[in-house]
Design a protein around this ligand. Structure first.
Ligand code: FAD
Length: 399
């Protein structure tokens, strides 16, 4: 069994960021990055935006170029699925039967796309959009298709629908909520974004749960619970992910909505850390434990996990942001932006530019959505950290 001082399972953004964190503190220790992907770590956000819009090429999305791994003296095992972690003997085992011993281990395994649990939900050709290979399949289909059904009204579904519409496909969106992005946007905003989609020709079937998908004559028919059918040359689903926690079966891992870690990103098993989409962590500014599926969180948690694996012992007290672009409407969000909170929008330019505040019952700012307002993430972070009670009028022009 080969031994490495540091083993990182998962070649996503958290995994590659951990290499940087380790090397900031330890230039010598041996590192293994093992991932089931066929590609070296890349950024996922362009998969549903720039790549589909022809604004970037595949070569642009890799987090680091191929030389990085040699320069940092990292052994990389690609296309290798790890199936077991044995915390007692500090080893991991791959599907190919190979085992590796570790000094410190990082689980940066991200998540798996949720599948539609309905008849036809597993039909060949349905794309549950998550990785670069999914993008390549979709890209090829765009060339030969006229229409698409997009299942899911969250970010991934909304971004893909916009991109396919801009590629001149007839797009139908199907989702159970009443409005696009309803779980995050205040209702008035969700309504206006949805109107914009409809004005651009996207057909929206909101409030509808898919019940069955069938395939015939090279296309798909999706039937919703109320009997409405839609036909499309392809079906793409973006209905969320489940955190990859399957390596936590052995040992004493605490798992709840993700792999539980403390403020140092250390799991309940000694010398094992977790970071990124799979980690359920204490979010200091919100005084709550959460799991976050954002690029910036994977970047910063991965790096800090790496530093802590190399002995730094630093707490994760960062407030990550996420961003999205829906046609020409772009935004950044920080903190807790769940639409069920009290919200107040301070418009700078009605319907176009503004700041949405998400408030606790006693008026503390828990989250901020910067709508077409750029360069203000630091201001938003400070407001969340202040934990003071605000009235709506105090928040006018606060950012
Ligand atoms: C299409 C798309 C668009 C997005 N857009 C945005 C955006 O605009 N803004 C934003 O903030 N966030 C966005 N995100 C989310 C963001 O990309 C993720 O939060 C981030 O990629 C998480 O990184 P990660 O390293 O934790 O996990 P992942 O990127 O999922 O990486 C985990 C890696 O581990 C590997 N792995 C898993 N299990 C094993 C195993 N047992 N053995 C070996 N390898 C394993 C996987 O193959 C994968 O390579 C988007 C995501 C997608 C899919």
């Amino acid at each position: 069994m080969k031994y490495f001082d540091y083993v990182i399972v998962g070649g996503g953004l958290a995994g590659v960021s951990a290499i940087k964190g380790i090397r900031e503190r330890d230039g010598e220790g041996s590192i293994l990055l093992v991932t089931k992907e066929v590609n070296l770590p890349y950024n996922r956000p362009p998969l549903s935006k720039e790549l589909l819009l022809g604004k970037e090429d595949v070569a642009d999305i890799f987090v680091e170029d191929d030389n990085f791994y040699d320069q940092k003296e990292v052994a990389v095992e690609m296309e290798t699925l790890i199936t077991e972690v044995n915390p007692d003997e500090k080893s991991i085992v791959g599907e190919d039967g190979k085992s590796y011993g570790y000094g410190k281990l990082l689980l940066a395994t991200g998540g798996y796309p949720r599948k539609l649990d309905i008849p036809g939900g597993d039909l060949e050709g349905i794309i549950y959009y998550r990785d670069l290979e999914d993008y390549k399949r979709l890209h090829n289909l765009i060339e030969t298709s006229k229409s698409a059904i997009v299942v899911g009204g969250g970010f991934i579904g909304s971004e893909i629908a916009a991109a396919l519409n801009l590629n001149d496909l007839n797009v139908k969106m199907v989702f159970p909520e009443s409005y696009l992005l309803e779980k995050i946007f205040p209702k008035e905003l969700a309504r206006s974004v949805q109107r914009d989609y409809e004005d651009r020709g996207v057909k929206i079937l909101s409030g509808k749960l898919p019940e069955e998908i069938t395939k015939s004559d090279g296309g798909y028919t999706l039937r919703t619970e109320d009997g409405v059918t839609s036909r499309g040359d392809m079906v793409i689903a973006g209905i969320g992910i489940n955190p990859a926690v399957d390596l936590c079966k052995e040992g004493d891992f605490d798992v709840f909505e993700g792999i539980e870690v403390d403020e140092h990103l250390q799991t309940s098993c000694p010398d094992v850390f977790a970071a990124g989409d799979n980690a359920y962590f204490p979010y200091a500014a919100l005084e709550d434990c959460v799991r976050v599926e954002h690029w910036d969180n994977a970047l910063n948690q991965g790096k800090l996990a790496g530093r802590n694996m190399a002995g730094a012992d630093e707490p994760y007290d960062y407030i990550p942001y996420f961003y999205s672009d829906l046609y020409d409407f772009g935004f950044e969000a920080l903190g807790d932006v769940q639409a069920h909170l009290d919200t107040f929008i301070d418009w700078k330019e009605e319907g176009k530019k503004g700041v949405a505040y998400y408030l606790s019952d006693d008026g503390k700012v828990r989250g901020v959505l910067l709508l077409g307002v750029w360069g203000k993430k630091g201001h938003a972070r400070k407001l969340i950290e202040r934990k003071e009670c605000f009235r709506e009028e105090d928040l006018v022009d606060a950012i």
